[in-house]
Design a protein around this ligand. Structure first.
Ligand code: GLV
Ligand code: MG
Length: 309
């Protein structure tokens, strides 16, 4: 089985309702790292069948450039999921990077999708294992089983937080997704975000933050995005063109941090090779650099290079 590419940038992941030809067209002009064409909550039950066809057509004929192309199917408590996967992968598998599975509750659901993908790939003659999986964690069951979910398939590329469904599922007293519920003095999202980040990193996956629904409040978007970006998340959903640049900026290192990281790497490499491999640390001005700080610099440098800094 060939392996998926888990390290492509996903700073901005654009939600596109699969039932809207206008949005499917418009999405092709936006500077996002990923698009996901939605068959789930953005599409009304009676429109789902038509949306499958629109999505297949958009994937096959659209100009998606180097954006990651993802389709979100319906979750496995519905009867739509298998037909969603079959229609989209048989119809446009060669022009598709990942399937996003929402409301994942346990590892068996991911394994089901992995097997179905393999069967379809073999049937229609696609490279086996190339199509990745994005798993959305959107309820308490999913979070409790997250460690098994994150290790359930070599196709997994990302764990995605679904704050709207999640907050509803745990009864959190808020109606503004992403904002803090009144009455709690600390960060109500910290535990969930950290659980997702740990499970993702332990399995070499990306961690993606979900939507911010106040689409006209770009400052609010930046504030909420900065929180998960500071922890180490790789990107966030965007629902509106106004959120795109903010996401691309917030999840890229600043120019200053990037330049500093490259300097640390240069200084470390120069100093350790100068010493014939006998030295484990170096100085950059007044700053001591060791193997651990070199690794921190490498993370920022990788992200900066991938963002074109
Ligand atoms: C996204 O699917 C969410 O529920 O927040
Ligand atoms: Mg959801």
């Amino acid at each position: 089985m060939s392996s998926v590419n888990r390290h492509r940038p996903r700073r901005s992941c654009l939600a596109v309702p699969g039932s809207s030809p206008r949005f499917l067209e418009k999405a092709q002009g936006l500077p996002v790292d990923q698009v996901f064409l939605d068959l789930e909550d953005a599409v009304a039950p009676l429109a789902k069948e038509g949306a499958r066809k629109l999505i297949v057509d958009a994937l096959n004929t659209g100009d998606w450039g180097d954006r990651i192309r993802v389709v979100r199917v319906n979750d496995l408590t519905t009867h739509w999921t298998y037909r969603d996967v079959i229609a989209v992968v048989e119809g446009a598998g060669a022009n598709l990077d990942c399937i996003m599975l929402p409301k994942v509750q346990d590892a068996a659901q991911v394994k089901w999708l992995d097997l179905l993908l393999t069967q379809i790939e073999k049937t229609v003659g696609l490279e086996v294992g190339r199509i990745g999986i994005e798993a959305q964690i959107e309820n308490a069951q999913g979070l409790v089983n997250l460690d098994e979910i994150a290790g359930a398939s070599p196709r997994l590329e990302t764990i995605v937080f679904g704050p709207a469904d999640f907050m509803a599922s745990i009864n959190m007293k808020t109606l503004v997704v992403g904002e803090q519920p009144p009455g709690y003095p600390a960060d109500a999202y910290h535990y969930i975000l950290m659980r997702i980040l740990m499970a993702a990193r332990a399995n070499d996956l990306q961690a993606i933050d979900g939507p911010y629904l106040q689409i006209r409040d770009v400052d609010g978007f930046r504030r909420v995005a900065a929180r998960s970006a500071a922890l180490g998340f790789d990107g966030k959903w965007v629902l509106h063109p106004g959120q795109v640049n903010a996401a691309n900026e917030v999840y890229s290192p600043s120019q200053e941090d990037y330049d500093h990281a490259e300097l640390i790497l240069d200084a470390y490499e120069w100093s350790t090779s100068e010493a014939g491999g006998m030295k484990g640390s170096a100085m950059l001005g007044d700053e001591m650099i060791d193997e651990a700080s070199r690794k921190m610099a490498l993370v920022i440098a990788h992200k900066g290079r991938a963002s074109g800094l």
